[in-house]
Structure formats: structure tokens, C-alpha cells
Ligand binder design. Structure first.
Ligand code: HEC
Length: 133
């Protein structure tokens, strides 16, 4: 499938699931979450520069299609430092890897490893999401 077709399919799925997501209500608002700790430790090695650029482009183009070009929210919630800081990193990583069934958030594990998802979460929490040119 082409990238465009995949994206179109994802967006279609998002449109049909959006209604369900709304019916479910904001079940994920977890204000008692503990702060993120140790996002970059020895178990999450940095991706090499080429892969890092790819991941940040994926974040902007694919994730941005739902979460907004600046990640300030759209169909999906904002992925800004303010929005993510208080959420447990492990749950954000799991959301990226496995998606959220019953919502528009698709799984991404075919496209990025858990370590890469953890790296992206750390970048989002730091607000440092622009790919180097
Ligand atoms: C088709 C639309 C769509 C795409 C594409 C998408 N997301 Fe999401 N995402 C959502 C929705 C909708 C939610 C909220 C799900 C819910 O209601 O719990 C979400 C939730 C999340 C959350 C949890 C946020 C929180 O506050 O708990 C993270 C993290 C996330 N997405 C990251 C990503 C990343 C990284 C990508 C790209 C690799 C991505 N998303 C691509 C729709 C999308």
C-alpha cells in the first residue's frame, strides 16, 4: 500500500471511530499520573542521525495528521510538553506501539520499535520535535 493510501485508510478509520471515541467520553484523563522519570537511560539508546530524522518526520507527517502539525491537537489530543509531562512515559510508549483500541489512535509497532517510541516520547516531553535539516 502506498503511504498516501495508508494515511487515507487511517483517516477513514479515524472518522468512523471518532464517534465511538466521543461516546466513550474522556476516560483517559488521568490527573493523578506520576511524572515521567528517566526517559533517556541505558535501555533506550539514541537512534542514529538518519533514523532520528526519519522518526521526527514520521512524527510531523503521520502523527501530525491527527495530533496537529505542531502537535497542539486536532482529532487526537495535544502531544505538547504541557500535555504529556505528567503522564507516565510507559503508558505513552504503549499507546504508540499498540494504539488505543476503540479510538482513532492506531498501532505503530510495525513502523517503530519500543525503544524508538520511548525516544520519541522523550522528544515530545522535551518539546524538541523538529527534524534536523
Ligand atoms: C488517525 C489519527 C491518529 C494518528 C495518525 C495518530 N494518533 Fe495518537 N491518538 C489519536 C487519538 C484519537 C488519541 C486519543 C485516544 C483516546 O481517546 O484515548 C491518540 C492518543 C495518543 C497518545 C496518548 C496521549 C495522551 O495524552 O495520553 C499518544 C502519546 C499518541 N497518540 C501518539 C501518537 C504518535 C507518536 C503518533 C504517530 C506515530 C500518533 N499518535 C498518530 C489519534 C491518532
Amino acid at each position: 500500500m502506498t503511504r498516501a493510501a495508508r494515511l487515507a485508510q487511517t483517516i477513514l478509520a479515524a472518522a468512523s471511530l471518532g464517534v465511538m471515541a466521543m461516546a466513550n467520553g474522556a476516560a483517559t484523563d488521568d490527573s493523578s499520573a506520576t511524572p515521567n522519570v528517566a526517559l533517556s537511560d541505558a535501555s533506550s539508546p539514541l537512534p542514529d542521525p538518519a533514523r532520528a530524522r526519519e522518526l521526527l518526520q514520521l512524527l510531523k507527517q503521520d502523527c501530525g495528521s491527527c495530533h496537529g502539525m505542531r502537535l497542539t491537537g486536532g482529532l487526537g489530543p495535544p502531544l505538547t510538553p504541557a500535555a504529556l509531562r505528567t503522564k507516565p512515559a510507559a503508558s505513552l510508549v504503549a499507546t504508540i506501539e499498540f494504539g488505543r483500541p476503540g479510538t482513532a489512535m492506531p498501532p505503530w509497532r510495525r513502523f517503530l520499535s519500543e525503544a524508538e517510541a520511548r525516544w520519541l516520547v522523550a522528544r515530545m516531553v522535551a518539546g524538541d520535535v523538529d527534524a534536523p535539516r
